[in-house]
Design a binder for this molecule. Sequence first.
Ligand SMILES: Nc1nc2c(ncn2[C@@H]2O[C@H](COP(=O)(O)OP(=O)(O)OP(=O)(O)O)[C@@H](O)[C@H]2O)c(=O)[nH]1
Ligand SMILES: [Mg+2]
Length: 277
Amino acid sequence: MSRHQTTVFTFFPFQNNCLNVSTVSGIRASLISKMETNFIGDDYGPLFNYLFRFIVIGDSTVGKSSLLKYFTEGKSAEITDPTVGVDFYARMVELKPGYRVKLQLWDTAGQEKFRSITRSYYRNSVGVMVIYDITNRASFEHAASWLKEAQDNVGGPDPSKCVFTLVGHKSDCPEEQRRVNYEEGEYFAKYHKMKFIETSAITGDNVFDAFTMMAQEVHARVNEGHLRPTEGWEGVKSGIMRTQSICLSEQDFQNLVKNHNQLGGAVPVVNKKKKRV
Ligand SMILES: Nc1nc2c(ncn2[C@@H]2O[C@H](COP(=O)(O)OP(=O)(O)OP(=O)(O)O)[C@@H](O)[C@H]2O)c(=O)[nH]1
Ligand SMILES: [Mg+2]
């Protein structure tokens, strides 16, 4: 049986703002292709590829907190208190196999007295969900002013590229309680170039789709180059990688160190130890 010496070393997890993901991905890709025969681990997926921040707005009692609770916890609370100021939720979604995006979700108070607090949260959001209650006509009529406030306050490299979604909520309610037709919501959304969906935090209908639809759209705009992680803006951030282990021969290890030094030492190489295989 042949025996040869290998070197195991680890890439520590890092944040993209410390180290450029594309640089590291490029180095890692070329490394892996060069060292194919020595590759022993399968823990190469990132923890998440991107982080997107969304904000959820709309009149009080339309069901914003219930919708977010259902999306992040799989259930809605039986009794809900009005949100005071701003609340925060998070959930990971997989946009395609192995491609994860972390969603950070700001839940805002619909009550007028909190308006000045919630207004400051638009700037660092890349996605805005405007919610109305399909059984409450006034909440639909106020959607235009919520949308305008969001459009005036979102930030990022190109605020016009932020993604807006209109959500008609409480779709579980009986038809006789409905005060806003599906077609009216759809028309409003089309007119304002928004996505549209009806949801329920009682049955869970379309809850997951509402958020993933918006995440997919943000991701498409990131891919097209319209949106990107930008210093001083929290709407889109690059992801975090896992700790990774690769097993290399001594010769490959020496080559890597040489390349690593030529690249200005971008890849942290630690935990060098000898291993017999
Ligand atoms: N039938 C039905 N009721 C819902 C649904 N979602 C929420 N509710 C009810 O609507 C009421 C208000 O829900 P919240 O989630 O607190 O509303 P909110 O928009 O967060 O209100 P604020 O925090 O004051 O802005 C509660 O009584 C919920 O139980 C739903 O999908 N269907
Ligand atoms: Mg609330």
